[in-house]
Design a binder for this molecule. Structure first.
Ligand code: GLN
Length: 281
């Protein structure tokens, strides 16, 4: 039997799943298996695959067809210009979460050394994006999952951002009591317990603990909004990502707890996505 060539393998994959996304994903998996660049795949379509490469690609492609997220199959996802390792121990960073990073950076002058805390850091995406863009800031990040922290620490090391401090922590419980922050932010689990999305797409494969706090999905906000004043410097900011229909409830929680300058920002789809409040006392 003659070995299958790159172009034929990609043609075969295109018969299983159509659309530009499927085509791009097949290319990414083949790049991962062969170590070839995308340009290489295109210009060397006649390059034969070894049996091992072909078997490896076929196995990954079948798993993708069964719905496993491409980010887990590749083992990485790009976020805020950083290539982050991801595993099923962490939520896959989403493009809309870049808005949370933008909102934080716009409140962090790059001339000052400020203290920042990312709660529920997962892969470390938010904390590392901030550290990469504010080398002067002292960035801390917590997560309740030791497996997630392993991924976050690995990312910090690979990106040369070893200054980020990671804490095994259930919200604030594991943060050193003396620390105070100028900005605290989080993309917490916020999907309601019975939301059908949990059974759809990538979410089926992601850690449930990172997606839903149970109930109506607001428990993380109730807890952190109430607890944060003890950890915020006067004038410090608290910022959250949230679901498109949760902004009113979250603004009310901020206002009731005594924060000021409470406002909501929209993502590129025009949906309410980030709400912020300032602690003045
Ligand atoms: N934004 C994610 C989604 O809806 C949910 C992430 C989260 O709960 N923080 O897919």
């Amino acid at each position: 039997m003659t070995a299958l060539q790159v172009a034929a393998v990609l043609r075969g994959a295109r018969q299983d799943a159509s659309g530009p996304e499927a085509r791009r994903e097949a290319e990414l998996l083949l790049q991962a298996v062969t170590g070839m660049s995308r340009a290489g795949l295109i210009s060397h379509g006649d390059r034969p695959l070894t049996d091992a490469e072909h078997a490896q690609f076929s196995a990954l492609w079948q798993r993708r067809l069964q719905g496993e997220p491409i980010a887990y199959l590749l083992g990485w996802r790009e976020f805020y210009g950083l290539r982050l390792a991801v595993s099923p121990a962490v939520l896959i960073p989403r493009p809309e979460t870049e808005l949370l990073v933008d909102a934080a950076l716009s409140r962090l002058p790059d001339t000052q050394s400020l203290n920042v805390l990312d709660l529920g850091t997962g892969s470390g995406a938010i904390a590392l994006a901030i550290a990469a863009n504010r080398p002067e800031a002292s960035v801390h990040a917590g997560d309740v999952s030791a497996a997630a922290l392993d991924v976050a620490r690995q990312n910090a090391k690979a990106l040369g951002l070893a200054q980020v401090c990671f804490h095994l922590s259930d919200w604030f419980q594991g943060i050193e009591p003396g620390l105070r922050f100028d900005l605290i932010l989080s993309n917490p689990p916020y999907i309601a317990e019975h939301d059908a999305h949990l059974q759809q797409g990538d979410l089926r494969f992601e850690p449930l603990q990172a997606l839903t706090p149970g109930g109506d999905g607001l428990a993380s906000y109730r807890h952190v909004i109430k607890a944060a004043p003890e950890w915020l410097n006067a004038g410090g900011w608290l910022l959250f990502e949230h679901g498109y229909d949760q902004a009113d409830a979250i603004r009310a929680l901020f206002v009731d707890a005594g924060y000021s300058d409470v406002s909501t920002l929209q993502d590129i789809e025009g949906r309410d996505r980030v709400t912020v409040g300032q602690w003045r006392i």
